[in-house]
Design a protein around this ligand. Sequence first.
Ligand SMILES: Cc1ncc(COP(=O)(O)O)c(C=O)c1O
Length: 361
Amino acid sequence: MGLGPQAFVDISALKHNLQRVRQAAPTSRIMVMLKANAYGHGMLTVAKALQDVDAMAVARVGEGIKLRQAGISRPIVILEGCFDTEEMLQAAQNDLELVIHEPGQIKMLQQQDVSTSVNCWFKVDTGMHRLGFPVAGAMDAYNALCESRCVSGKVGIMTHLSNADDPQDPETDHQIRLIKPLIEKTGAIGSIANSGGILNWPDSHLDWVRPGIMLYGSSPFNGKTGEDDDLRPVMTLQSNLIAVNKCFKGDGVGYGKTWICPEDMPVGVVAIGYGDGYPRHAPSGTPVLVNGRMVPLIGRVSMDMITVDLRTYPQAVTGDQAILWGKGLPAEIVAQHAGTISYDLFCGVTSRVQFVEGLPL
Ligand SMILES: Cc1ncc(COP(=O)(O)O)c(C=O)c1O
């Protein structure tokens, strides 16, 4: 195998993290988040590895169809529901459950041929102000959905937490308090918890939990890493040094010469760049793990390469391994430097990167 970017996907870590969900919410059923290519980890790889979960969720009908075409038989929930009647029919044909979040979708279900039937969830907006029916009037909309001609089975109720990544924010309790009476009144099954809810708000667990980022080994909480909650990183993004240059005091490194060598020093060039999904905004000082030694990124990230300061590891040579995040270097730390979140880093890894199941050597 030549040098270059590879994303290792550690299935045993994925299974360990699923076990952590089970420990944290032992009486709830689990709907795993596989949207956006399983947070960039490879939707089919993850789906095949997690066949024993209660359900899988993706954002769009097209993602659900891909899972069905790959032979996945678990219940599949479409978080954004359907955009038009064609998608609604595709959902019915592929046995995909739709999350219904706005009146137009109920109308579609009311007007459809009775021979079509689809399982549905009803989404309530308890404060996120993104998708869902407002709490006021939710009961009427829920009843209308349940009575729609082509809705089959009992309709579950879900909401989404807007700030569960901050354990101090009272908004989460408020959201839980808003949705519970509706769930109790209707006798519906309920679902609130994302990873933050699962790990920090037992009151949010109810019948179904919906883990995303914790499955992939990252912490949902600001300022923490997955390890703090006994989660293991699933993705390790690695590449190699493809050059080690001797630079001199005063040399500017990379585009714009934003980093000036303070002394004569070795500078390593790693074959990874924003064309691979490494964040272009990662500033000088962002850690990179070269052969297990933490060294700082210096200069601008370019499309195919980054440069690193090797003064603390002058023995480094071309070919050495460079881990950008994953085992030994939490993605949360890199994300913090780059002013983003680990979700964004994972989803951003591009198709140029070779995905490999397992762990790097
Ligand atoms: C509706 C819904 N539920 C659950 C999740 C999982 O969230 P997390 O990755 O924070 O666990 C998401 C992710 O954005 C979501 O949109």
